[in-house]
Design a protein around this ligand. Structure first.
Ligand code: T3D
Length: 261
């Protein structure tokens, strides 16, 4: 497939997916959904990907749904169908990827753009970026997992305040509330994103993937279930080449060379 709405590459274990409709602040139209789904499919089947970097081109990360695609005067629209067809699978796939997913929020994130960022594992945002729960301004609810991830990350009071007021959060506030991993000064942002991505591309991928699965799974598990899952995943990690390499490197006092296997 020739991509029109995204930039996509896989190189040296790093998959880079850039939402690329800057004139629409990288809002999602149907074509973009299809292309992102195709790119995720390639990542899922390429055993060599060790980290995904998701970002946006231009001054925005993503303004959510492209509203120019919604002809609200032509008759009732079935938005339940569009969320089920496009946004829900996207969130599931980002959360379920076996490698870490870094989201570099390079500028404003609005509507589903916020919640897609929050579906990623590590969110770095430019200090000047903003997060806007734009849904209430057009009579909708936070989708793309927003009603689930917000109360889990920031608690009910803040989730409701942020959503019902259609509020805007600075990236510094988002970091302080625990919504994102880090807000980074604009001048340092690109370098910090690259450093983090390179670090993860050279990390023990299976171990990180298992840690991601366990931590994400903890939200709906009891302690007993979680302990059982940890035993199972630690069993699997203990059989990886990277575990062996990590322990050997520790004993030899050298830097480990992880292969993601
Ligand atoms: O439909 C379904 O399937 C249900 C799913 C819904 C998921 C959702 O995400 S619903 C929420 C949709 N998103 C929004 O409501 C956000 C709309 N955008 C904004 O509120 C503002 O654009 C921003 C706060 C994000 C940024 O404001 P600002 O002043 O920096 O930029 P701007 O001038 O508003 O936008 C620049 C251009 O991008 C402009 O086009 P123009 O006039 O230069 O030709 C604007 O129309 C366009 N744009 C921005 N957001 C969208 C968009 N065009 C289409 N859809 C957008 N969401």
């Amino acid at each position: 497939m020739n991509f029109e709405t995204i930039l996509f590459s896989i190189d040296a274990g790093i998959a880079r997916l850039t939402l690329n409709r800057p004139e629409r602040l990288n809002a999602f139209n149907e074509r973009m959904h299809t292309e992102v789904a195709e790119a995720l499919g390639r990542i899922e089947t390429d055993g060599g990907v060790r980290v995904l970097l998701l970002t946006g081109s231009g001054r925005a990360f993503c303004a959510g749904q492209d509203l120019s695609e919604r002809d609200v005067n032509a008759g009732p629209l079935d938005l339940g169908r569009t969320t089920a067809m496009y946004y829900n699978p996207l969130v599931r796939r980002l959360a379920g990827l076996k490698c870490p997913v870094v989201c570099a929020v390079n500028g404003v994130a609005a509507g589903a753009g916020v919640n897609i960022a929050l579906a990623c594992d590590l969110v770095l945002a430019r200090r000047s970026a903003k997060f806007i729960q734009a849904f209430s301004a057009i009579g909708l609810i936070p989708d793309a997992g927003g009603t689930w991830v917000l109360p889990h990350l920031i608690g009910q009071a803040r989730a409701l305040g942020f959503t019902l007021t259609g509020g805007t959060l600075s990236s510094a506030q988002a970091e302080q509330w625990g919504l994102i991993w880090r807000a980074v000064e604009d001048e340092a942002f690109d370098a910090e994103v690259e450093n983090l991505t390179a670090q993860l591309a050279n990390a023990p991928t299976q171990g990180l993937g298992a840690a991601k699965r366990a931590i994400r799974g903890a939200w709906s598990a009891t302690l007993e279930q979680q302990l059982a899952l940890e035993s199972q995943l630690q069993h699997d990690c203990g059989l990886t080449l990277d575990y062996k390499e990590g322990v050997n490197a520790f004993k030899a006092r050298r830097t480990p060379r992880f292969q993601g296997r």
